[in-house]
Write a protein of this length. Structure first.
Length: 130
């Protein structure tokens, strides 16, 4: 799995070249709803990012296990949740593919930096290691 080198601009990791007006018009923060997704994602495990396999589904059907699916119906918010879960657990060590999916969902590099800054601050307040 490839990881992003943050000594370079995250825009360069993304496969489309930004237009000048894209960069100027891009919001730097997240909405209240988006921040609530980030806060809720703190409790999600990394395993919540993967789809259950056939065996897991079959065992759940046989034994009646309740399957909790934290995936959000809104694809944009799900992309944010995925990035937040990864950032809560791995800090800046996210794959280039995940970053590209986040940017493709309509988020800007400035929003990604705001997300990372917020999570890093929360982690340091709670004594978590980054």
């Amino acid at each position: 799995m490839a990881y992003v080198d943050f000594s370079i601009d995250p825009l360069l990791v993304h496969d489309r070249a930004p237009r000048h007006d894209d960069v100027d018009a891009a919001p730097a923060g997240l909405s209240a709803l988006e921040w609530s997704v980030v806060a809720l994602a703190r409790r999600d495990r990394l395993s919540s990012l993967s789809r259950p396999g056939a065996v897991s589904i079959a065992l759940g059907a046989v034994f009646g296990g309740r399957r909790h699916s934290p995936h959000l119906a809104d694809p944009r918010l799900e992309a944010l949740r995925r990035m937040a879960v990864l950032s809560w657990h791995r800090g800046r060590a996210v794959s280039a593919d995940e970053l590209a999916a986040f940017l493709d969902a309509g988020f800007s590099p400035a929003q990604y930096r705001a997300l990372l800054t917020s999570i890093a601050a929360a982690r340091s307040r709670r004594g978590m290691h980054a």
